[in-house]
Design a protein around this ligand. Structure first.
Ligand code: 13P
Length: 252
């Protein structure tokens, strides 16, 4: 049975103090999530991670939004998995479409990041998803399958089972134009088929989230899909009331 997961990706929002305040306000939420066997977390910017970890109630996952694949060295501006582990971060988002688009992050580089994170015992949250042009050309499944194969090739089944995938169609991110639950389920089921061809039955253990304009009023529909294991949420995760409503939507 795959545990449901809700992660709020704050992107480049919230100062450390705002993050600390938000974390403190999560104590009732983490209890509610635990009661329903759901994992919840937030992904602040690098500079807010320590403030959020220090103020997080038990059970609140704190994730970074990126990591470097090297452990240390001359990589100006970068942060390694061992550094994240040291400050109490347990998850790291990698391969987000905004980083692919603006920072040239590739699926092959994400493979290196997955290896680095697993070595430190951190959970990679690997994002994939197609552009509007790819979607309209009907090439979503082959495009996403390639992203999955490039990042997962070389992992053992046991390693693969520890990775969380987030399917985020680029055309649905921050646009208010979410993919229908049917599209999310079809693509995510397709991702699981690719994982099955690579890792056999272990594919049933790998959690795959949907992301892209998830709101309190549509999260229920995604959670009703058998292959959708949770959500990676941007805009609607920034306010505590809305974040709470997302969790409640996952429970209902
Ligand atoms: P929105 O929920 O704002 O569309 O962002 C989705 C996202 O990119 C989460 O990583």
């Amino acid at each position: 049975m795959r545990k449901k997961l809700l992660i709020g990706n704050w992107k480049m929002n919230k100062l450390p103090n705002d993050g600390a305040k938000f974390a403190k306000e999560c104590s009732a939420l983490t209890l509610l999530a635990k009661e329903h066997d759901i994992e919840i977390g937030v992904a602040p910017t690098f500079i807010a991670l320590t403030a959020v970890v220090s103020n997080a109630p038990e059970g609140l996952i704190v994730s970074s939004q990126n990591v470097n694949e090297h452990d240390h060295g001359a990589y100006t501006g970068e942060v390694s998995a061992s550094m994240l582990r040291e400050i109490g971060v347990t998850h790291a988002i990698i391969g987000h479409s905004e980083r692919r688009e603006y920072e040239g992050e590739t699926s092959l580089r994400c493979h290196e990041k997955i290896v680095a994170l697993l070595k430190e015992g951190l959970v990679p949250v690997y994002c994939c998803g197609e552009s509007l042009a790819t979607f309209e050309a009907g090439e979503t499944s082959s495009f996403v399958a390639k992203q999955i194969r490039e990042a997962f090739t070389g992992l053992t089944a046991s390693e693969a089972s520890k990775v969380v995938i987030a399917y985020e169609p680029i055309w649905a991110i921050g646009t208010g134009k979410s993919a229908s639950a049917e599209i999310a389920e079809t693509t995510i089921k397709g991702i699981r088929d690719v994982l099955r061809s690579m890792f056999g039955e272990t594919a049933e253990e790998i959690r795959i989230l949907y992301g892209g304009s998830v709101k309190p009023n549509n999260i229920r529909a995604y959670m009703a899909c058998p292959d959708v294991d949770g959500a990676l949420v941007g805009g609607a995760s920034l306010e505590i009331d809305s974040y709470k409503a997302l969790l409640e939507g996952m429970i209902a």
